[in-house]
Design a protein around this ligand. Structure first.
Ligand code: HSE
Length: 314
């Protein structure tokens, strides 16, 4: 195989109480990536459609992740005569908080692995993609790249060593999401967080995380709803997002289970049982934000159970 097309999903990181550890993949929106294997070494990003992203390797998540992958591959096979050409079609807006850099980074390492007949396993691919996140945001978190690659809902049990597991993702769980067109840099949104937390907050947070996981496996939507509470990160980051609590309140009033900030923001997401309620929730999101005179975009999606997909090209 010489050329493939990859579909890389948007993802929601920090699933409310699961800061840096729980994420999920969406069915919509998704990026498209065209990858060609070549016999000359190195990586060439030929075109980026849909946005202007830096082609400078020091700043480009796709390049950085693939660079890491390729160096490991050269070491493994003791060769250096393989390279890649890439075209990216970005449907996931950079800076939206729904894993735009993760989709690029995860997409290219996954694609390279397919083109080279799978020399690396899933955890290794996540590790390479995390280098893309490091370049894009200053931190090598895995809660976007893991669900992008594995699909569904994922949990990072440990970063050192990297240990990631898939969680049960009920089919009835739907997501409403609003992307306010304001800029919040992940590096800034991390910078403002406290380095130390109170024991009483930690207890509440890990109670919620455990109960959320139990709720997902039991498909107990009341328990899921009660567990969607973040007493550590949200109280700080929500200050950066206009009408955050008003929007959340209105969505819950019409039946949403709960929700929070998607990744480091500015997007806000809500979970609902079934697509009927999710669509209503998205409507409420539209209503709240159209009164604010801030440009925005909304999405309604189910959970993408499979993650990245690829097809062969001629
Ligand atoms: N867990 C990361 C953070 C996700 O919140 O900083 C960034 O998209």
């Amino acid at each position: 195989m010489k050329a493939i097309k990859i579909f890389a999903p948007a993802t929601i990181a920090n699933l409310v109480c699961g800061f840096d550890i729980i994420g999920l993949a969406l069915n919509y929106p998704k990026d498209e990536i065209y990858m060609y294997k070549s016999n000359s070494p190195g990586i060439r990003i030929n075109k980026i459609y849909g946005t202007s992203l830096p082609k400078d390797p020091k700043k480009n998540a796709a390049f950085a992740a693939l660079h890491f992958f390729l160096n490991k591959y050269y070491q493994l096979k003791k060769i250096n005569n393989i390279g890649f050409e890439i075209e990216l079609i970005k449907n996931i807006n950079p800076g939206s908080g729904i894993g735009s850099s993760a989709a690029s980074a995860a997409g290219v390492v996954f694609g390279a692995n397919v083109l080279l007949e799978n020399p690396f396993n899933t955890i290794q691919l996540i590790r390479f993609a995390m280098e893309g996140e490091r370049v894009a945001s200053g931190s090598a978190h895995a809660d976007n790249v893991a669900p992008a690659i594995m699909g569904g809902l994922t949990l990072v049990r440990s970063y050192h060593p990297l240990d990631i597991t898939k969680l049960h993702a009920p089919n009835q769980l739907w997501i409403s999401l609003i992307h306010p067109k304001i800029e919040i840099k992940t590096s800034d949104a991390r910078e403002i967080l406290k380095k130390y937390i109170l024991m009483k907050n930690a207890i509440q947070q890990w109670g919620n995380i455990g109960a959320l996981v139990a709720g997902l496996y039991q498909e107990n939507y009341d328990l899921i709803s009660r567990s969607l509470e973040d007493v550590i990160v949200e109280p700080i980051r929500s200050m950066l997002i206009p009408a955050f609590y008003e929007l959340k309140k209105k969505c819950k009033e019409i039946g949403a289970l709960g929700g929070g900030i998607s990744g480091s923001g500015p997007s806000i997401f809500m979970l609902s049982k079934g697509n009927k309620i999710a669509k209503k929730v998205t409507k409420i999101m539209n209503r709240v934000y159209s009164s604010l005179r801030i440009d925005y975009k909304t999405y309604t999606s189910s959970i993408n159970q499979n993650g990245l997909k690829w097809t062969e090209m001629d």
